[in-house]
Design a protein around this ligand. Structure first.
Ligand code: URA
Length: 198
């Protein structure tokens, strides 16, 4: 059953030693949510709170994400939330290419098992990675935002929506309005389109 393989995969992530990040993490953060979900959210990498608790988006960026999901008509419990990289990079530095590479098979298998119809990529790293997996040319965050893209990842046909990372709005409050517009606008419409497709 897909659900039991997903839980087994989450356990594998918790024990993972595929890249050097395992040596500095407190907890790996596989992701959480229903075993089959119409919508998946993909962030960059765990931060300090996530590393401490082993759960995705539980710090300040996570609180903002919860309210943004509501603007899109979603509650946190109905989406699967994960990250491109499952362990915290020291000091929250950007993940390195080789760390992303080592971790990607987990994300691809999560997508194959969860079979989301829509993936919401928050931030440049998540957007760029999902485009690469879907075989789409990455046009940069500014151009990727504002519309929905179609792709196939891990054998699953899906829609991809890209927006800023919620953490960016914590450093640059001007971005909060943009994020709210994205979640209540094109992302809300993408959710409706994705969930209406049978
Ligand atoms: N930022 C992310 O990209 N992911 C988390 O889980 C938390 C903060």
């Amino acid at each position: 059953m897909a659900g039991s393989r997903l839980r087994q995969l989450e356990e594998e992530v918790r024990r993972c030693t595929r890249c050097p990040l395992h040596a500095t993490r407190t907890h790996a953060v596989p992701g959480e949510g229903p075993g089959e979900a119409g919508v998946m959210v993909v962030g960059e990498a765990p931060g300090r709170m996530e590393d401490r608790l082993g759960r995705p988006f539980v710090g300040p960026a996570g609180k903002l994400l919860d309210s943004l999901l509501e603007l899109a008509g979603l509650s946190r419990g109905e989406v699967y939330i994960t990250n491109v990289v499952k362990c915290r990079p020291p000091g929250n530095r950007d993940p390195r290419e080789e760390e992303i590479e080592a971790c990607l098979p987990y994300l691809v298998e999560q997508i194959s098992l969860i079979r989301p119809r829509l993936v919401i990529a928050v931030g440049r790293h998540a957007g760029r990675t999902l485009f690469r997996l879907a075989g789409l040319r990455w046009p940069g965050l500014a151009r990727a935002r504002g519309r929905v893209w179609r792709g196939r990842i891990g054998g699953v046909e899906l829609l991809i929506a890209v927006t800023y990372h919620p953490a960016a709005a914590l450093y640059n409050p001007g971005l909060r309005g943009e994020l709210e517009r994205d979640f209540s606008g094109f992302i809300r419409r993408s959710v409706a389109e994705a969930l209406s497709r049978g």
